[in-house]
Design a binder for this molecule. Structure first.
Ligand code: DUC
Ligand code: ZN
Ligand code: ZN
Ligand code: ZN
Length: 485
């Protein structure tokens, strides 16, 4: 059966043109004028775009004494409702020595009810020979080519510099890409203890315990360690100028470093933590925390200029009841916010409608760039014959006010509550299956498939160090030089 999306304007990361798009067997089979199909979807006045890819989610994640409430079923339902057709979640081994393959098995079990396609990043939460060896199987047999490292969450998920350097080098050998959660976990732990000792136990103290310098220091450190290991680097949830500045500088030096801001940091600021009731602030506790307006401007500038590459959500949704585990001790508030359903309409409203981003740039940062960096392009992130028919038809005139009452997520609030958005999906197709039809959910739990990825990444070095790389110097120690040096 052929489905044709008719009369729309195709918008990709680099082109805008009028065409119909025909879909069959889960793939795009034809793009052109006046196509005929068994089923026709009218896209008059709409943009036909690659479905969104969210490169950073935590569905049913065991974390801080509980599990994030949106699982692969409600999480991918929320994704599809908001025009996202692929999520990349994190398989996280328990740091007490769980094997990588064991953890993947757990995430395989969690993801059976996914309604859209998905892939995994692998987290490195401890280091040893078993991890070193299993990384090869993870890359070659499981098609997981990205490894995440937490530089924060001391005593839990955090890894130290020796472990970072060892793992980054292993990534280099395997053609894999390391990711970092860049925050200095030692400094955070110390600031948390001081704030608690002073009686600052409310959610606003969460923001004070993780200032921008904590993030900037870790981003710089990770970039330098990646350079020494000769691997590219992907910095997740870049929230502030200090981390962005490190990424910008690295890229200017020829290093392949990618930065990922979140829709939350782009559109919500630190005011959410102050002079608000406990529940309001605690619901917005995530790491890194929301920042002030200057940091937000830095992130928007990065998307415009290309120094930041993709927009994600870090979707990690906890109910109000779960957030209340931290009453009297902000360090026990489960860290995380939702955003899967809202990322695309929020970015369109605050990014494209304001003139900050062009529609093509919007497609690049919501979909195509992730597919390229994570190496699943053009299966994903493309409107091309042969690509998976993951398609979002965006109606720029359709509007709504975001509310927990109408959301797909399983939690009881929404951090964007009350925001008016204009630019919503009219249709969403996941591998050819219509999952959203004029606002009605037609998704099918279990339809989602795992997306395998191939290793590819090139050696990464600052331009200034390429010489050493191509012609290693052998230093002969023949005594003290007669002059100079
Ligand atoms: N930050 C969060 O807020 N939640 C999940 C993990 C993380 O790093
Ligand atoms: Zn993180
Ligand atoms: Zn995360
Ligand atoms: Zn199906």
């Amino acid at each position: 059966m052929t489905t044709v999306i008719k009369n729309g304007t195709v918008v990709t990361a680099d082109l805008t043109y009028k065409a119909d798009v025909a879909v069959d067997g889960g793939k795009i089979v034809e793009i052109g004028p006046n196509l005929k199909g068994d089923e026709e979807l009218d896209a008059t006045g709409c943009y036909v775009m690659p479905g969104g890819i969210d490169p950073h989610t935590h569905l049913e994640m065991p974390f801080m004494g509980t599990y994030s409430t949106d699982d692969f079923e409600s999480g991918t339902r929320a994704a599809l409702a908001g025009g996202t057709t692929m999520v990349v979640d994190f398989a996280i081994p328990s740091p007490d020595g769980q094997g990588l393959l064991d953890a993947i098995q757990m995430w395989d079990n969690k993801s059976t009810r996914a309604a859209c396609d998905y892939s995994f990043h692998m987290a490195i939460t401890w280091w040893g020979e078993q991890v070193f060896n299993e990384m090869e199987t993870v890359v070659k047999d499981r098609g997981i080519t990205t490894f995440k490292h937490f530089m924060a969450y001391k005593g839990a998920l955090m890894v130290n510099d020796d472990e970072l350097f060892a793992s980054f080098q292993r990534c280099g050998e395997l053609g894999a890409l390391p990711l970092v959660h860049a925050e200095n976990g030692d400094v955070v732990a110390d600031l948390q203890a001081k704030l608690m000792a002073e009686g600052n136990n409310g959610p606003e103290a969460h923001a004070y315990s993780r200032p921008p310098a904590v993030e900037g220091e870790a981003a710089n450190r990770a970039i330098m360690i990646a350079d020494m290991a000769g691997v590219p680097l992907y910095v997740v949830h870049v929230s502030c100028e200090e981390a962005h500045e490190a990424i910008r500088r690295a890229r200017m030096q020829g290093k392949r470093v990618y930065g990922e801001p979140l829709i939350q940091h782009l559109t919500l600021d630190e005011g959410e933590y102050f002079d608000k009731d406990w529940d309001h602030s605690a619901r917005r506790v995530m790491s890194p925390p929301f920042r002030n307006k200057q940091h937000q401007e830095s992130l928007w500038a990065g998307l415009q200029s290309g120094s930041l590459s993709v927009v994600a959500t870090d979707h990690c949704a906890f109910t109000t009841e779960q957030k209340r585990y931290g009453v009297g001790d902000f360090t026990k508030i489960p860290n995380g916010t939702g955003g899967l359903e809202d990322r695309i309409p929020m970015l369109w409203t605050y990014g494209v409608s304001t003139g900050r981003l062009t529609p093509n740039e919007f497609v690049a940062v919501t979909s195509t760039n992730s597919a390229k960096i994570l190496n699943c392009y053009p299966k994903k992130g493309a409107i091309l014959v042969g690509a998976d028919a993951d398609i979002m038809v965006l109606d720029p005139e359709k509007e709504k006010t975001i509310s927990a009452k109408t959301q797909q997520s399983a939690i009881d609030y929404n951090v964007f509550e009350g925001k008016h958005v204009k630019g919503l999906p009219r249709y969403v197709l996941t591998r050819g299956k219509v999952a959203v039809l004029d606002g009605d959910m037609k998704h099918e739990p279990g339809h989602g498939e795992f997306v395998k990825r191939e290793p590819v990444n090139p050696v990464n070095k600052a331009l200034s160090t390429w010489k050493e790389l191509t012609a290693p110097r052998k230093v002969e120690r023949t005594g003290i030089p007669a002059s100079g040096v």
